[in-house]
Design a binder for this molecule. Sequence first.
Ligand code: PLP
Length: 427
Amino acid sequence: MVQCLTPLPNPSRLCPKGLYAHASLSLQHGENSQISSTQNQSKLQRFSQSAKFASEFSVYRSLAAPRPHFDRPRGATMDIPGASAVEISELAAATPTDSIPVLTLTEVANRLHDYTHPRCKPYTAMYSSVVGGITLDPAAMVVPLDDHIVHRGHGVFDTATVFNGFLYELDAHVDRLLRSAAQARIPLPFPRAVLRNILVQTAAASGTREGTLRYWLSVGPGDFNLSPAHCTSTFYAVMIAEERKSREIVGGVKVITSSVPIKRPYFATMKTTNYLPNALAKMDGEDKGAYQAIWLDDEGFIAEGANMNVAFVSKGTLMVPSFDNILSGCTAKRMLVLVEQLVANSSYNGGALLNVKVGRITVEEARKADEMMLVVSSHLILPVTEWDGQAVGNGEVGPVVKQLLSLMEDDLFNGPPEVREAVPYKN
Ligand SMILES: Cc1ncc(COP(=O)(O)O)c(C=O)c1O
């Protein structure tokens, strides 16, 4: 039985090792600089009034009184209504003049409790093996700073969606987590069955009927060395209440070919917390007005998106890049199982899909495709209608992509018990 912990304040139960990072659980956004100046209070207030800044740059609204300290990623461009570039650079150059309080554990806990980061709201439950239980209070969703997942990126992760109160494809994702852990040489803190049970109980405790369960296996806390020789593995899971993302996207999306290099297969095949290349590739796409960036492998074959698989339909053949050099997508694999019905059942597919090919796909072949799609658990299937500024096929969402999406949605809503597990909510 996983213990459900009481909300803060009761900090002594939460911090046995004393070193904690407030966990949005994505702690590797890069170096932060602290800026402070009493003279700039009004400008700072204006900064903190900006919802965009607050959400993107972590203004700690209620932590300090007065609150002259805030974090800003070095060199970042800030979009702050009413503040000129000069004012921003003045602030960036300001010298800290206020003394920073040295806080007791209780004060830290109270301040964390008051912390109002807008993105904390949908975090409905977190399990941590460090405390051996589940908390429902976002303020208590912390990880030790000396955990090597934080300062060395020595961790692996995975996800599973919860839809209509059912966990979808949990086993496939847990299996991939364990494969990644083996590749990253992370010893399991618990046997698979215990780990799986923790995930189900975390989902149940959250009460969340629609969202994403994310979880991490880390080589663990112990010190700040590179070698994990003195570490003990940890397991964390967090439930995020959110609507299935495909609902947000109407029609197809644009993609570009990434100019950020792909990870070598050794690393691309494991789902580690080293997602800097992935994040940069995604940003590369966004910079160019695209939703996603597509990677080619070292030999120039189509590989995958920054955090999604990619597939094509050409003359009745579904083409999926083989998983040798990329992450083996649970959704793409499930699609490959389900698509057999579509190929076999000509009355259903209207003859649109005749074959499936998993293998190497050249850019030339892919460019000639009639349809293109991104494949990922958060969306299932996402149609792509433009690639590097050129229309894919006739530039409309194609018939096979539509059929594949409805096939996958049917599996999500009504699939067999091996892919759909009812979450045992207590209320
Ligand atoms: C690099 C990468 N490729 C592919 C995928 C798609 O995997 P899945 O279908 O399991 O969500 C992901 C998603 O996590 C990813 O990060």
